[in-house]
Design a protein around this ligand. Structure first.
Ligand code: ADP
Ligand code: MG
Length: 252
């Protein structure tokens, strides 16, 4: 049976999409059928895999109950990696969802045969704790939290963990934190070193050993519509995401 992972942090620009795309690509390249669902109306994950943001059969259709995730999944340029794209229309879902009965469970209901067809399903969340992220957390078995090693990194993490506890209690008792992944790390700076130490001290059990370095190849890969592992398989970013994939699998 496949596992569903939400990649979530209400802060923007911390590496959620980068982690979702590249982790998904690493797992897929290892030969495991993998699904990435883009839950952000900004469509960054969709664009990062070289697909346009005006497709039909999107996450929006799934939340609306027209299709399930496996019916909306389409092939990407990466073998074994399927994508359910996003669309700008999804922005409306934040307003529409709360008006629907059982709105928090719409995505869970639209998983369809995702667990049977895909070993890993990753849900790339938008930068908020709004209805789209709540839907992802209700559908997921595990959460991966990207944390940028910058000042304010810890700010907001306590709030995120409170939200996870609330969702566990009220809506999804099976939800677990798979781990926190430190991203865009610049090991030369004192600040990044201090933040890494502080986050590890606060959450000793949760932080993955892998640290994703700030890496030019990681940043430019989306402009080629490719995961970094296809763009430059040997760069430091690719090595880090491959190592993260192994750690995630080991904790599964
Ligand atoms: P989020 O999805 O949390 O908003 P993104 O994954 O889109 O964050 O990352 C924000 C920006 O930082 C993007 O432009 C992305 O390409 C860049 N970025 C992310 N991780 C790295 C990295 N390890 N090295 C360099 N740039 C990165
Ligand atoms: Mg994003």
């Amino acid at each position: 049976m496949g596992e569903i992972y939400a990649i979530a942090n209400q802060k923007g620009g911390v590496g959620k999409t980068t982690t979702a795309v590249n982790l998904a690509a690493c797992v897929a390249e290892a030969g495991y059928p993998t699904l990435l669902a883009d839950l952000d109306p900004q469509c960054n994950a969709t664009l990062a895999l070289g697909l346009p943001k005006d497709l039909d059969r999107t996450v929006y259709s799934c939340l609306g109950g027209e299709l399930d995730l496996t019916e909306a999944a389409r092939e990407t340029g990466v073998p074994n990696l399927w994508l359910v794209p996003s669309t700008a229309e999804l922005a409306g879902a934040s307003v529409e969802l709360p008006r629907l009965a059982g709105s928090e469970g719409r995505l869970r209901e639209s998983l369809g045969a995702a667990r049977e067809r895909f070993l890993f399903t990753l849900l790339d969340c938008p930068p908020s704790l709004g209805p789209l992220t709540v839907n992802a957390l209700v559908a997921a078995d595990r959460v991966i939290v990207p944390v940028q090693t910058e000042y304010f990194a810890l700010e907001g993490l306590a709030g995120l963990l409170d939200t996870l506890t609330l969702i566990q209690r009220e809506l999804n008792p099976g939800l677990r934190v798979a781990g926190m992944i430190l991203t865009m790390h610049d090991g030369r700076t004192r600040l990044a070193q201090d933040v890494e130490r502080e986050v590890r001290e606060h959450f000793p059990e949760l932080v993955f050993d892998t640290v994703v370095p700030r890496n030019v190849r990681v940043g430019e890969a989306p402009s080629f519509g490719l995961p970094v592992t296809s763009h430059d398989p040997h760069c430091a970013g690719s090595v880090a995401y491959l190592q993260l994939a192994r750690e995630v699998a080991a904790r599964a």
